[in-house]
Design a protein around this ligand. Structure first.
Ligand code: ADP
Ligand code: ZN
Ligand code: ZN
Length: 692
């Protein structure tokens, strides 16, 4: 009997057996449509079998095996299986997630006729044939020995002569065969991207495919442009969630069929099938967007490392402010540390100054020093940026006489005042209301905004500097990629003098006219309950500071704080990431936090907190007998207790050993699936949670 075992997108940790008389080995990894319940579903064939645990009479036959595209390779299935195991998610949910939506639904995009790809090298003009299975128009310069670039090998617009540290980094990527993970550490402008490009070049020369992951930001286009310019004849495929269905599916098939040579994408691109993958790059590896916060809660960076290991290929993790997990691996020798200690172009690091605001009366939150700095830049025709990581006008609207404040009815959160479009808005669930004319409780008409967001800062700066063109950049003003591009164009054209922005601005963009960055409201993160808050703050301030300055004009960063001696700020002044990282790691070691321990979080949400906590208590009881080498904490309400009217609780599980934690979780999950739950309760497990 020919039986196929199919992974279906269902919250059940098992495969489903179907009869498939005409199936054979070559169908493993193919999509298949099957009858399910009263309808039909599309899944992926994981294995073949000759017998089923199900009684024969109950076995149904597949509707059809979709042989319209190449089968997903064993490596891809193994990757999904790893994620299913590691993140305790049913395999069918993983394979479904890993496929682009169109393929997931059993459809296929229309494939355009493949254009002949030029084999000539357009930059050098030298025609040449490629030894690569996929034709590419790569440089004639061998990337691995990138140090030996000379004007003879490049007649054309020359590639920059690599600095010694860059050369060493490129060489390190290829000097060892097989798997090795590297941390490429260097500030913005130190030439990391140039190293990636040389490495990709070397991979293309060998006929391989390269995968480059970048954070989920609307900014990938700049990098895309740079990669496309460097490899004009290469087949480059992009992958991100913002793409149209058909384009994404097409890219997936191009990768799978081996035609794509470079895949550039956000976290989901880690699931692109690449039969000749020879190099993985994760740029800005510390970025939180590599971790998905719903559904399959995977870390694309961690999955990428596993994949490189499985394929026995090198992986480069790059950052100016590596995650402490990665830095720890680099310090213990598990990853190789590649340092780029200086900026590539003759650019000084920005001067970072601390502005002590303890004894100063601020004007709308701004110090005299920052105001003077802004005025000076205006006089000189340069740009400034005021960085405040809080959008909206004010975080809350209040009625001082009676104590009313604007609360979200669905969440344990305040409604944020948005004056720009006259709304109160919940930043957690999206609830919106018009601004009340008077206090809903007492009728008082003098409602007051408390605190400060980017809109308020924008208003204040426009009043204070009437001659300045003030531009606000946050998720409200840059709500679509188009708006974002328009804002960027305005900045680049020098048509804005003072920028007010959130962390959106911190990443991946050069602003040559920008010479001053002022950071306000940063202190809050110093004492946040989340132990990762200082790490994030340091990265943000470092990144935002890195936007300023240019060759002839060093940038200046002013950090307003009431804690001028805080080691985090002191390390920023000295541009000393390593000192900061070491001190944070010392604290984490003492506290037993990651990377010195491994965590998983069970979260539950229900109509009442009682129900959520009762479920977690039962889960904890079920765990007691299994918990070998694992610490179980008490179920507690989440910090954001209520979201969308659901009351949320959490239970932290911790271990000093990842294998012990993994073994425990696998056993525990079986019990969790069997636990009784009140209707409406939902739970999920988050392995290596980033947010608490
Ligand atoms: P990062 O990715 O670390 O921010 P980039 O690779 O983008 O750094 O380099 C910053 C700038 O310096 C870019 O304009 C790049 O073209 C240039 N650059 C990189 N390496 C060199 C080099 N060896 N010589 C001259 N310019 C370089
Ligand atoms: Zn809400
Ligand atoms: Zn009132």
């Amino acid at each position: 009997m020919n039986i196929v075992r199919v992974a279906l997108d269902l919250p059940l940790p098992r495969l489903f057996d179907y009869l498939a008389p005409d199936s054979d080995e070559s169908d493993i990894g193919r999509r298949v449509t099957v009858p399910f319940g009263t309808g039909s579903r599309t899944g992926v064939i994981i294995e073949l079998a000759t017998a089923s645990e199900q009684p024969d009479a109950k076995l149904k036959a597949v509707t059809s095996i979709l042989r319209d595209m190449p089968a997903l390779p064993a490596e891809w299935l193994a990757l999904c299986e790893f994620c299913a195991r590691y993140y305790q998610t049913p395999l069918g949910e993983v394979t479904s997630f890993a496929l682009p939506p169109m393929l997931r639904r059993g459809k296929l995009p229309r494939i355009k006729k493949v254009k002949e790809i030029a084999v000539a090298c357009p930059r050098s003009g030298i025609p040449g044939t490629q030894s690569a299975p996929a034709p590419s128009a790569r440089d004639t310069v061998p990337g691995a020995g990138a140090g030996d670039i000379t004007s003879e090998t490049v007649p054309q617009p020359a590639l920059p002569q690599l600095m010694a540290a860059q050369q060493a980094a490129v060489a390190a990527i290829f000097d060892t065969a097989g798997f090795h993970a590297m941390l490429l550490h260097g500030v913005t402008g130190s030439g990391k991207t140039e190293v990636y490009l040389r490495a990709i070049d070397a991979v293309l020369a060998k006929g391989g495919q390269a995968l480059m992951l970048v954070p989920e930001i609307a900014l990938t286009s700049q990098l895309e442009g740079r990669v496309a310019a460097r490899f004009p004849g290469a087949h480059i495929v992009c992958a991100n969630s913002g793409m149209a269905d058909a384009a994404r599916a097409r890219g997936f098939i191009e990768a799978l069929s081996g035609r794509a040579e470079i895949v550039l994408g956000t976290r989901l691109a880690v699931f692109m099938p690449l039969p000749r993958l020879q190099l993985i790059i994760v740029d800005e590896e510390h970025d939180a967007s590599f971790k998905q916060q719903d559904g399959l809660r995977y870390s694309a960076r961690d999955v990428a490392v596993w994949r490189a290991h499985q394929l026995n290929i090198p992986i480069v993790l790059g950052s100016a402010t590596p995650s402490l997990e990665t830095f720890h691996h680099a310090s213990t020798g598990r990853y190789r540390l590649l340092e780029l200690p200086e900026r590539a172009v003759a650019e000084a690091m920005p001067v970072v100054r601390i502005v002590d605001t303890r004894r100063e009366k601020l004007q709308e939150g701004l110090s005299a020093a920052l105001l003077a700095g802004l005025q000076q830049r205006l006089d000189r025709g340069e740009q400034s940026l005021v960085f405040l990581n809080r959008r909206g006008y004010a975080p809350v609207l209040a009625c001082p006489p009676c104590g009313w404040i604007s609360r979200c009815q669905r969440c344990a959160a305040n409604l944020v005042l948005h004056l720009a479009d006259q709304r109160l808005r919940c930043h957690h669930c999206g609830f919106e209301a018009l601004i009340p004319r008077a206090c809903p409780d007492c009728g008082n008409v003098d409602l007051l905004p408390f605190g400060r967001g980017t809109q308020r800062l924008e208003t204040m700066l426009a009043e204070r500097f009437p001659e300045a063109r003030v531009l606000r950049i946050d998720r409200d003003s840059a709500s679509t990629p188009k708006k974002w591009q328009a804002l960027l164009a305005t900045i680049h054209a020098g048509e804005a003098d003072i920028l007010v922005g959130t962390q959106m601005l911190a990443k991946g963009h050069d602003f040559p006219l920008l010479t001053l960055v002022g950071a306000v409201g940063a202190d809050a993160a110093l004492f946040a309950a989340d132990f990762r808050a200082p790490e994030r703050l340091f990265a943000q301030l470092m990144q935002v500071g890195g936007r300023s300055g240019r060759a002839d004009l060093p940038g200046e960063v002013l950090i307003q704080t009431e804690y001028p001696d805080h080691p985090l700020y002191r390390a920023l002044v000295d541009h000393d990431y390593v000192r900061f990282a070491r001190s944070q790691l010392d604290e984490r070691r003492i506290a037993g936090f990651p990377p010195f321990s491994f965590q998983a979080m069970l979260r539950a949400e229900a109509r009442t907190m009682e129900q959520s906590l009762a479920f977690l208590a039962a889960a904890r009881n079920a765990a007691e007998a299994l918990a070998d080498g694992v610490t179980l904490y008490d179920p507690v309400p989440m910090r954001m207790q209520r979201l969308m009217t659901l009351e949320r609780g959490q239970l932290l599980v911790e271990s000093l050993s990842r294998p012990a934690l993994q073994a425990f979780l696998a056993k525990w999950m079986e019990q969790l699936y069997a636990l009784k739950m009140p209707s409406g309760l939902r739970w999920h497990l988050d392995v290596d949670p980033l947010e608490f």
